[in-house]
Design a protein around this ligand. Structure first.
Ligand code: ZN
Length: 592
């Protein structure tokens, strides 16, 4: 399915974009040979199989099979629609595209998202204005002053203040003629019997940004405590705000995270601001939700080393238990830093300064060591205690997908507990069985042979397009048996007929589904050196196997017709067989 935006605008955008530059904003890429490679943001891996090709303007992951052009990357990574991905790039490039031709539903959705961004941005501006420039903001300014947050930081993060009013925002948007049901959809106001009231009142406001510097939601810290109000209040999930995917501060700290290849993960807004103010500008905050797989994948694009900072052993232990499998699967070097009792990152760094904080962070532990240490502290090293320790470590170790790291941790545990390794190994392998996945069934040999040929031929057409005028693409593709390759082959053939040439990113746009798009990317990238000679060779080999296949089929049918003594059918089949022999020739006569 093609876009709703005019095709030549799309190709304008496509041509003016460099996929390597765009993807580099999210994934650390290194040049290897003709390609750029990095760790895939869509699956967990140790060695980079995520590949970007500048010349062809496509990406493909040889690990999980995701692939496509720059639009497909942005769609998947940012969870947006095709027109949104095109628009995002168009805006960056200053290319004007109309959305007049969008389908009604898509258009409505796109417009709604944009209205919510607009509303959030207006609200953020209003909160900021109240905090910095009005008498109503005095309380907020004093509060931030008490917490020693500098003006520079306040401005950098766009902090604001929601004043003590039930309808300040309601009025603000009414006066501007902005429909209040949209403001409600943005999560800023709440409906009541008649009309609306403001969600945030008497709170310091933290606008939450995505990495494109758009405000997606808000957090609010209450000033007046002890009135049964929640200390922190966040925007609800909206069309543009998902807690699972949002990391506070990343829009500002991402470059520094990448430079250091390290990110501190803290829990609260003030923790992050305090670290930032002390010069530790490679941190993010999770905002009350546990760290999710999405968070980890996003962070992986900026730093390979993550340090989770916790106020106490208890909080740290819970988080460590919860996330051990996640970190192992995502293969991130994650460590846990526990602060001295009674401290959170905010209070701690104000007390000991950046140097003290960094010194403390040298004591951070790998998650597994932390779990072991906690279990030993909890159960002690009596015989009974050791049994309990093994029981509590069974699941975390068994959940590690990698056999080497499993056995390393088994050895370590056996050393700590002074228990024979084999005893622990048995326990772990027991628990391990639950994690094993079943193997996919094998295809039968014949169809394997054909699909191999078909994929090679598609690769040939994509990687050595010079050959296209010399072959009967349509005729050849007609004989393909694997639906996927037939589909791609047909796309090549129709594009060729229409335009006289084949551009891979364009072909990807035309492909209907993700599997096809990804396959086009993969087949364009797989390393093979093509020459005219090697093309001829593979085509003639393929011709021979097709001939054999057709021959077999005719023989079978002819036997059947003989058995039934159907003379007419027999005659038709024999004629058909003769014709097939002449027909199977995919080289154009002019080429020879
Ligand atoms: Zn992948």
């Amino acid at each position: 399915m093609t876009s709703y935006i005019s095709e030549h605008k799309i190709s304008d955008v496509q041509r003016s974009t460099n996929i390597v530059h765009i993807i580099s904003e999210y994934v650390s890429l290194k040049k290897v040979g003709r390609n750029y490679v990095g760790l895939c943001p869509f699956h967990s891996e140790k060695t980079p199989s995520f590949t970007v090709n500048e010349e062809k303007q496509i990406f493909y992951c040889f690990g999980c099979g995701v692939g496509g052009n720059v639009f497909n990357f942005l769609m998947r990574y940012n969870n947006v629609s095709f027109p949104e991905a095109v628009r995002y790039l168009a805006e960056r490039l200053g290319i004007d595209i109309a959305i007049g031709s969008l389908s009604a539903t898509k258009k409505r959705q796109l417009e709604e998202r944009e209205r919510l961004f607009k509303i959030n941005s207006l609200a953020a501006g209003h909160f900021r204005h109240v905090l910095l420039e009005t008498p109503d903001g005095r309380q907020g300014r004093e509060y931030l002053d008490r917490r020693s947050i500098m003006r520079e930081v306040i401005e950098r993060f766009g902090l604001g203040y929601a004043k003590r009013s039930w309808n300040d925002l309601v009025m603000f948007f009414s006066e501007r003629g902005i429909p209040l049901d949209d403001v409600e959809k943005a999560g800023l106001i709440v409906p009541k019997e008649k009309g609306y009231f403001d969600r945030f009142r008497e709170r310091i406001i933290f606008p939450i940004y995505n990495i494109h510097q758009q405000v997606i939601g808000f957090g609010g810290r209450v000033l007046a405590q002890g009135q049964g109000l929640p200390k922190y209040l966040n925007s609800p999930e909206t069309l543009i705000y998902s807690k699972r995917r949002s990391l506070y501060g990343l829009n500002i700290t991402k470059d520094e995270c990448r430079r250091k290849d390290l990110a501190f993960i803290v829990e609260g807004y003030f923790d992050l601001l305090a670290l930032f103010q002390h010069g530790i500008r490679y941190a993010v905050a999770t905002l009350g939700t546990a760290l999710t797989r999405e968070h980890i994948r996003i962070l992986k694009g900026y730093a390979r080393k993550l340090i989770l900072v916790f106020d106490s052993d208890v909080a740290g232990l819970k988080a460590a238990e919860r996330s051990i499998k996640l970190f192992a699967e995502e293969d991130v070097d994650a460590r846990i830093l526990i602060l001295p009792e009674g401290h959170d990152p905010d209070s701690y760094i104000f007390e000991v300064g950046a140097e003290g904080f960094l010194r403390r962070s040298e004591q951070s532990m790998s998650i597994m060591s932390f779990l072991m240490k906690s279990a030993i502290e909890k159960y002690g090293l009596s015989l009974e205690g050791k049994v309990r320790i093994i029981r509590s470590m069974k699941e975390p170790i068994a959940s590690l997908p990698d056999v080497v790291s499993r056995s390393l941790h088994i050895r370590k545990l056996s050393e700590y507990l002074d228990i024979d390794e084999s005893v622990i190994t048995n326990e772990i392998e027991d628990a391990r069985r639950g994690f094993e996945r079943s193997q996919p069934a094998l295809k039968d040999q014949d169809s394997l042979t054909f699909s191999k040929f078909e994929s090679t031929l598609i690769s040939m057409m994509l990687q050595f397009p010079e050959i296209l005028p010399e072959i009967d693409v349509h005729g050849m593709v007609q004989t393909f048996q694997t639906e996927l390759f037939r589909k791609i082959g047909m796309l090549v053939s129709s594009t060729l007929e229409e335009k006289g040439s084949v551009e891979i990113p364009e072909l990807i746009d035309k492909a209907e589904d993700d599997e096809t798009k990804a396959s086009i990317s993969r087949l364009s990238l797989e390393q093979r050196e093509w020459s005219r000679k090697s093309c001829y060779k593979i085509i003639s080999q393929y011709q021979a196997v097709v001939q054999k296949r057709e021959h077999k089929m005719f023989v079978k049918k002819i036997k059947e017709a003989e058995r039934q003594n159907d003379q007419r059918l027999l005659y038709q089949l024999l004629e058909g067989q003769k014709r097939v022999k002449e027909k199977i020739d995919f080289m154009r006569p002019s080429a020879r």
